[in-house]
Design a protein around this ligand. Structure first.
Ligand code: ADP
Length: 308
């Protein structure tokens, strides 16, 4: 893993956006390094409960899961199924009660504060409502994790300039979040999440507050980041069309458990569990394959499951 990380370079990032991704015919998905480097996230029998009003609620019940290096992994399920709690365990924003968890090949059971800090540097996260600091400019928001990590000013400025270019916000460095559109705010969120060159990016309903066209642009950016840098992406979304085409594999959660999982094609084409069937039927996004194909041709990238 460290070897792959060392190969990641964010210099000259602006160029890659319009570069044609090098792909083989067999490589249908987005992640070119998918499956080559083992598991980035491995969970065995993970449970997490919350106490309230004298009652214990299990948000996650005995979840076992393996997410490969370089893949885009979707987690779907109705509200309250335990999706957010589960991915917050990945970067230890929530501490699990029991079970074993390995992130980037390392056990993080009983991790110390400094180990958790290292995990968080390696696991970026973006949110539905962006979680930006309103008193900071675009550039200063992006620099925040670097400041926390003690990166010197010159280096921070260099990195944030690269990231601004990567996410397509050149010229907006000095703008405040209140002056940005939803899509631009999420671009800042993505740049900030990538500041420390993480190997994993967690997306919690990252496109749910955006209109369809902006959703499209953000998905394209995530696909490019996955393709270019091999970053593993774990994505929660209630937008089935988003998950259907960007994710390689999908897990379906209900009442804290994974009730079904498989390749996105399998799960969407042949849903087995009732919850999956209901979710697939309630697909409300509705971007047509022809629109997506145009995007692919224009931008030179491929969505994972365009043919579905
Ligand atoms: P989802 O992301 O699928 O909507 P969540 O992980 O947010 O589901 O929630 C799963 C369950 O855990 C819900 O019953 C929710 O009310 C409960 N829960 C989540 N976070 C907390 C918390 N901090 N305190 C108490 N209960 C919580």
């Amino acid at each position: 893993m460290p070897e792959r990380h060392a190969k990641l370079s964010f210099s000259g990032m602006g160029v890659f956006i319009l570069q044609k991704a090098k792909r083989t015919k067999r490589d249908k998905g987005l992640g070119q390094q998918r499956g080559k480097g083992g598991y980035m996230i491995k969970l065995k029998n993970i449970s997490k409960s919350f106490e309230g009003r004298g009652e214990k609620t299990y948000a996650v019940r005995g979840v076992s899961l393996e997410i490969e290096q370089g893949e885009i992994f979707g987690i779907i399920g109705f509200s309250g199924a335990g999706k957010s709690t589960l991915i917050r365990i990945f970067n230890q924003l929530e501490e699990h009660d029991s079970g074993e968890i390995h992130i980037l090949g390392k056990s993080i059971n009983h991790a110390s504060h400094s180990e958790i800090a290292t995990i968080r540097k390696n696991v970026g996260m973006i949110f539905q409502h962006f979680n930006l600091l309103w008193s900071r400019t675009v550039q200063k928001n992006i620099e925040l994790p670097l400041e926390i990590a003690g990166v010197p000013k010159k280096e921070r400025e260099k990195r944030s300039a690269e990231l601004v270019k990567l996410v397509g916000l050149e010229g907006r460095e000095k703008a405040y979040p209140s002056e940005l559109s939803g899509g631009q705010k999420q671009r800042v969120g993505i740049a900030r999440a990538l500041a420390n060159k993480p190997e994993i990016l967690l997306c919690d309903e990252a496109t749910s507050a955006l209109d369809p066209k902006t959703t499209e642009d953000i998905l394209l950016l995530l696909a490019e980041i996955n393709q270019q840098f091999g970053i593993t992406i774990v994505m929660i979304s209630h937008q089935m069309e988003v998950v259907r085409r960007i994710c390689h594999r999908v897990a379906v959660m209900s009442e804290g458990k994974i009730v079904e999982s498989g390749s996105a094609c399998e799960v969407f084409e042949n849903p087995k569990h009732d919850v999956t069937k209901q979710m697939v039927v309630s697909d409300d996004y509705g971007v047509t394959a022809s629109v997506l194909k145009e995007y692919e041709q224009e931008k030179g990238v491929r969505y994972a499951n365009i043919a579905v």
